[in-house]
Each structure stands twice: as structure tokens, then as C-alpha cells.
Design a protein around this ligand. Sequence first.
Ligand SMILES: [Zn+2]
Length: 398
Amino acid sequence: MNGEAKSSLSGRAMRWAIALTEEKSVTGTGGEASFGPWLADELRREAAFRHAETWTIEVEPEDGRHCVAMLVRGTGRATIVLTGHYDTVTTRDYGDLEDLATQPQQLTQALRKTLAMAEAPAVRRARDDFASEEFLAGRGLLDMKAGLTAGLAVCAAFAESTNAAGNFLFIAVPDEENNSAGARKAAQVLTEIAGEHELDIFAAINLDAIADDGDGSKGRVIALGTVGKLLPTAHVVGVPAHSGFPLSGPNAATIAAAIAARVEWASELTDDSRSLPGTPPSLLSIRDGKSGYDVTTPAAAFATFNVLSYRRTPDEVLERFDRLCADAASACLAELKRRRHFQHGSAAIDLLETIPLHRYEAVLDRLDAEARSRLGAVGASLAAGDLPLPEQCRLVTD
Ligand SMILES: [Zn+2]
């Protein structure tokens, strides 16, 4: 590629990345809902895309959030899909600078000032990065509006070249930071789009950023393959006790905490690929089933984990997860028994010998038809609401 083409590629990418960042689109807000139609209009207005076909696809009827698709044709049927999400996480964590969170230039300047006096090593590194003028801050700029615009810049260069072989199908989706409703919708309609437009899709590139805690070079590669994600949850049922008599039964939240401590960063759930170390599991949420303060110990508690895998099947991951939960629960129970023995000798109240562990589907198998249909109705009504998926699962299990 010659110098001029290169500079128009990066110049465009930067200009569009800032414009997309300035259009705020935090997951679950009105900004996310209006972003799709806004982006489609912007693309239709770009001179480079005047021959491209751009349209929006609503995630569900009446949902309000849209995937944005743009087909840039060259010659033939071979097609590469370039895709990514346009929703972002919250801007709240910018604190006093929140108002500038989606104004990259102003935010970067303000951060330079804020960081000027700080001495912690990480902050100094950030300050040096900003001083180099090679970095821009902004909510959603890295994750992942810059990725989308890198793809758009390539589409524009492709659209402007003559007789280019192949086609690009660009698809931007909402809801990645939540339930991936946009990506799931896009996957659902992809075959239809390919059929209707006579395309042979032979590759898809997810334009999202790759985290790089080294010198930045890893962040510029295209990684092959996919990473699977599971969200296993331990729903712990204990025996609620008045806190004046805590030995009456095991505390669900204490057992959940033991499970959380056992699973966090566990090598047993870290799936290395042939060339890369895997990402260890981490606790995403832990809470008990109480709705307010009282002096009874929690009857139930829930711990939800992020588990990524390269090669393991969901069954393998769940088997490993089961084993860690069982280990942690029985170790916790043994320790509680030891403490109780020290304080009250052997005459105290009986505790369970072990804590039984069941998969959700095994519990489901034991239900009669009527109970199952009641549960189905609960699930359907929860699915129609806007609670996050883990919360829906918690309520169904409860
Ligand atoms: Zn992302």
C-alpha cells in the first residue's frame, strides 16, 4: 500500500473512531437504541459508501435496538464479514470527568492534567502514554468503536479500488456487554443475507480489541479461532439460623464464599490453547437471597463465574466446575465442624455429613409435568422482562 492510501486509511479510521465515540451508546440505554439507525444514516452519507447497500435489522420486533449491515461489493461471490459491537460499558467510572467520557480529545487533555502529579507506577505509565500523543482516551473508543472504524476504513479503501475481487459485509451489533442479543440476531440472519445477496461467506473477523499488557504488538494481530464462554453459577441452599444460634445449620453465603475462593483463578478451569495461556476463571457476582437486613443467616446464596475455554466442551467445563464446588463445600463443612467441636464438644447439633451437589437439569428431571409447566411459565415471563440473564437464571433456580 502506498503512503497516501495508508494515511487516508488511518486518517479516516481516527476521524470515524472519534465520531462514533462521541455518539454515546452505553448498553441498555436510549443511546444504544438510537445508535444503530444513526450509524446507518452516517454510512449512507459517506461518499466512499455511495454504492454500498446499508440497512438495519431490529434485534426483535419492538426491541428498539438494531444491528447495522453494510454490503460493499467488489466482484464475485466470495465475502468476508467484518463485525463488532457498538455498545459500551458505563461512563460512571470516569468520576469527575464523566461528562467528558465520550469526548476523546477533551478527555485526554483533562486526564493529562489529572495525572500530572500522580506518582504510582501504573499512573506514570499512563501519563507517559498520553504524553507521547499516540493514545486517545474515551469510553468505548478501544472497546470497540476504533475496531469498527478500522473495518470501515478498510471497506472504504476497498470500495474505492477498481475491480477488487470479493465483497465485504460489515455488521455492527448492540448488547455485547450484556447478553449479546445483537450478535445472536446477526448470526441468525446471516444465511438469509448470504442467500438473498448471492454471497459465499468464507471468513468472519471480529474487530474487537485483543488485550495486550505487553508492548502493544499483540493488540495488532488477528487471532485465529474462537473462545468459548460459560457462566456457571453455584446456587447454594443452606439452613437459615437465628444469629444468636448460628450453629443450627450451615450458612449458605459462607459456603458460597468458600466456593468463590476455590474457583477464583483455579488452574483446573484455565484452558490453555496450544500457543497461548488461557484466561483463568473469575467471580463475576456473589450475593445472597435476602432482600433486606435481619438477624437470620441467609437461606440461599449465588456465585456466578466467568469461565473461558479454547478446546474444552461445556460438559468438560461443568464437570470440572462441579468437582471444585464439591471440594470447596466439603472442605468448608469440615472446617465448620472442627470449629464447632472446639466450642461445644461433640454434644452440639448434628451437621450434615456431606453437602450434596446437583446439576440444574437433574433437579428438573425430578419435577412432575405440572411443576415443569409452572416453571416454564416463570421462565417465559422472566425472559420477556429486562432482567440480566444471570438474574433470570437465579430466579428460575430459586
Ligand atoms: Zn468489546
